[in-house]
Design a protein around this ligand. Sequence first.
Ligand SMILES: Nc1ncnc2c1ncn2[C@@H]1O[C@H](COP(=O)(O)OP(=O)(O)OP(=O)(O)O)[C@@H](O)[C@H]1O
Length: 228
Amino acid sequence: MIKAEQVNKTYGAGREAAKALREISLELGKGEMAAVTGPSGCGKTTLLHVLAGLETPDNGTIRLEGQTINTLDEKALAEVRLRKMGFVFQSYHLVPVLSAEENIRLPLLAAGMSRKEAEARSREMLELVGLSNKAGAYPSQLSGGQNQRVAIARAVAGRPGILFADEPTGALDSETAEQIIGLLEMLNRQYAMTVLLVTHDERHALRMPRQIRMFNGRIVEDGGQPIC
Ligand SMILES: Nc1ncnc2c1ncn2[C@@H]1O[C@H](COP(=O)(O)OP(=O)(O)OP(=O)(O)O)[C@@H](O)[C@H]1O
């Protein structure tokens, strides 16, 4: 599904340079679910951003379903992101003046879906995340957990092959956080969606079938195996 080879990423230059990723090689198969963990500043978010084409690596290659994406121009990359990837972050990034259903529908319309189809899909997604009764509610009228459910429904409504989740439970209490992780697991099972979860929470990481541990810009352990 997604493959990174010999990827490096440095922010800044000279004495200010921060080497965020060092010689990263990683492959995630279709339908795989993995957690990326490691201490603050070790490069987790940078890895997710580089894999998702949100940042350009200094060198190396990123392939999504065999297509090299790190050399695409911004327009082509935006198209790949819109059609093939879903994103969830710690903040929900919902449009405050749109209802839950409209927030989910918006990117579907942007991807060219008809209004009728997009409305049916967004209702289906609301049901999937257990919020059928909140279709007309605005983000300010929903709890953090409910807003994150809407954000997840929006992220997967276009049926992306891969979902990138960066600390999606960071702003939630532990019970709600467990439910959100459960929702990601359900999406992985039900749609064979590849899921890459960046998390600080060791309990959540241990629930994942694969744990990728980072330290100082490197992957130091993958699936229980130390990487030298
Ligand atoms: N936009 C940026 N400009 C400069 N340096 C950056 C930038 N983004 C990240 N870095 C640096 O790159 C390194 C890796 O950062 P990154 O955010 O990927 O770590 P992280 O493991 O996700 O951290 P956290 O768990 O605290 O979110 C850090 O040293 C950070 O300071």
